[in-house]
Every structure is written in structure tokens, then in C-alpha cells.
Design a protein around this ligand. Sequence first.
Ligand SMILES: [Zn+2]
Length: 69
Amino acid sequence: MRATGICPKCSSKEIVVIPIGRGANNWIKVDLFALIKLTRYICASCGYMEQYVEGEKSFSKLRRKIENV
Ligand SMILES: [Zn+2]
């Protein structure tokens, strides 16, 4: 959906992008001091939604989480 701009469920091209930092639930707490940000892609026809972690800082936090397991 992010790459194609087309909903994989209903083939609509009406995709709404909710960028990083908009909305209260666009964050995931990965540990006590680390938050990662999400961007959401929502189909305006059927409501299907995908969300992606964005930004190198966020990926670094995820890698650190793996290394600490
Ligand atoms: Zn759809």
C-alpha cells in the first residue's frame, strides 16, 4: 500500500497517509525510554490500514531491543 498507493484488499487508490507525529496513538513504547514513531496508511474506501515504523532513529531503537534480548 505504501509502495503502490493501492489498497491490497479492495484495489482502491483512495489512500490517506497519516504522517509521523499526528494523533495520540502514533507511538510505540519499546522500552522505558525509547519511543518509536509510526506512519499510517488508511484506505478511504474499505478502512484497511497499514502502519510503518519510519526513520533511522526508530530502527536503531528496534535493533538495540534485539541486541538486549
Ligand atoms: Zn481498501
